[in-house]
Design a protein around this ligand. Sequence first.
Ligand code: ADP
Length: 783
Amino acid sequence: MNRFDPKTGLFSAITQQDGIRGNSVVGITSDNAGMIWFSTDKGLSKLDPRTKSIRNYELNSGLPSNDFLENAVFRKNNQLFFGSLNGAVQFNPDSIRDDTKPFPVYITKLNVLDKARPLTSNPVVLHHDENFLSFEFAALAYVLPEQNQYAYQLIGVDKNWVQNGNRHVANYTNLSPGSYTFQVKAANSDGIWSAKGASIQLVILPPWWATWWAYSIYALLVGGAIWGYIRFYTNRIRQQQELEFNRREAEQLKAVDELKTRFFSNITHELRTPLSLIISPVEKLLAGHQFDPSTNQTLALVQRNANQLLRLINQLLDLSKLEANRMTVSLMRGEVPQFVYQVVESFRQAAEQKGVALVYTAEEFPPEHLFDADKWEKILTNLLSNALKFTAQGGSIKVTLTSVLSPVIKEVSSVQINIADSGIGISPQSLPHIFDRFYQVDYSLTRAYEGTGIGLSLVKELVELLGGTISVDSQLGVGTTFMVTLPVQPLSASTNAPKMRLSANKHTTIEQLPASTSRLNSNQPPKHEQTPRLLIVEDNSELREFLTMELSAFYHVQNAANGEAGWKLAQEELPDIVISDLMMPKLDGYELTRLIKSHPDTDHIAVVILTAKAAHHSRIEGLQEGADDYLAKPFHLDELHLRLHNLITRQQRIRDQYRRQFTLPDSPTPLDITKDPFLRRVYELLDNHLDNPSLNVDWLADQLAMSRKTLYRKIHSLIQLAPNELIRQYRLRKAIDLLRAGRNVAETTYLVGFKSPSHFTIVFKEFYQKTPTEFITTNGKNT
Ligand code: ADP
């Protein structure tokens, strides 16, 4: 069946797809209404050329056959005739009416996985795996129901309606989760589509692993994993960087450390040479006996201190050798008890000088052993000199030597040496640290004992190098015991170790010990009354004696070893100047200064603080306590001399000024201008009792609650007058004021406590080179 369009000149085919039943058209005609009728081998069809809609009629529409014959077609008026295999058919097209009665369409059944599912709920909710579905539906159009036609659409899957012909089933497989609407419509046998179709909603649930919360968890997990990885990665990078940094730092530190050690040992080496060049010439000079005792003392001081420096440098060198592992053990042959005895004996003289008992007890054991005598000596010397240093007069040091047998071969394998002193002891807090390098127990207590804190750390390292042990037991105020165990080796026949030489007569004298307590018998030159008086308060005996010796040439010097003794002496002697150390046992420099400056007897004394503490704040503190001057150690003697001289000159100037207030009649009344509180008190007392002729020193001392001696010293140091002379001059000076105020000589005589005007006149003339009468006349002229 082809349609020709004269306008375009084109044919278009009308085929089964357009709805006709058979493609082989055997007869064709039209009717009055302009419809085209044609017969095929599969029935009769009507085509509306305007709408192109097609209606088919078949056997079950009442035709005798579906198989029509070729050219068996005829039209008369509006009567159409068609011939078929089973006879002809005749009809008037107008008499054929369509069935337009509305009819309902139902979805009758839903099969899920081949099982019927009741259609009670809408939407129907299905699980994700229930996705094989078939819908059955029916149109309730009963005229030729087998010719009913259906079309359906599953919204969400089908884009268009699916024409299903007269089949009333629709199948779907593999539907993914989601919401769907299945709708169906139908046409009756006349091809009239129902106005209303049927529909049902479906929801296929996603599986639990595809729900939103599952996805949130996946997102979280993935996010977490990424975050974790990034963290892990950055951490690793950071760790690597840190490691690298630490490694570099360690390298640098090591390099710096090596440099330091090298520098340290080089410089110590370098120091040794000049030191030896100091020591030997001094020794030579001393041996020459060509100097006076005072020079000899100075030389001995140089020698002692140079030796001490050398010892210190040697210790430092040992330490740096130990640090660099360059210290080796060199064994010698010798008798251990004998050797230890020698070392102990070398302290005998020093102990005796200090008044400390030194006891040595040793267990005898087979003659010779191998041991490192040099290191043993260093260990013992250090321990012994500490013991002696920290033990006061009357104390004791006990050295005991016992042998320790090896458990296997019953032979002496090591010796234990105990050094017990009855000294100041070490506090439990300090005990664990005393073997630390540069550690010194609490400053204030041990400051009196100087030192560097190297000794014990060296001892410990030496002991460990030798394979021994060292321990300490101490009780504050009771004493300290050091217990050293050092291994010795048996003398096997094959050894050819050198025989130890016992150092002949190597005595440590008290002078060689760090904190010497030796005393210089100060041979001071005879001093006269005007020589300024100094008090040196210093706990370091060397420095104290050195200063005493140095200053004795110019001053009347006294000294004290601690603040307490210093304070006592200051009160007794009222020196002009006190030179005080800052850190001292018992009473420190600040405390001493405060005492001196706050006590009326001593407040006029100048204080010079002398200390290693050069820090600004300690200087301020000292000055706040009233110190007059400050000198940081190490100081130059010249500077000290100069400062003392300045202080003395200043004091002298003030004295002169005070005295001049009496000798110069034109100066203001002393009581009105004197700033010194002590002098003001004296003047006030005198002023109130001036008419009493029997005023004397005893009375004044009594009034001031002072001894005669203190009064004398105090007044002398303030104004350089004896007290009775001060009383006399005060009377005369007062007389000037009275005469000037218009009193006559007789009145004045009695008011200022002279017994007779004649005596007064003589004394007055003597002092002012004028008689009182002359004074009145000249004064009258002047004014
Ligand atoms: P120093 O040069 O100060 O003596 P050491 O290493 O020899 O250094 O000693 C460390 C500290 O241990 C000393 O400052 C002292 O306080 C304490 N000490 C050592 N031996 C004794 C002792 N026998 N009695 C009391 N204190 C001691």
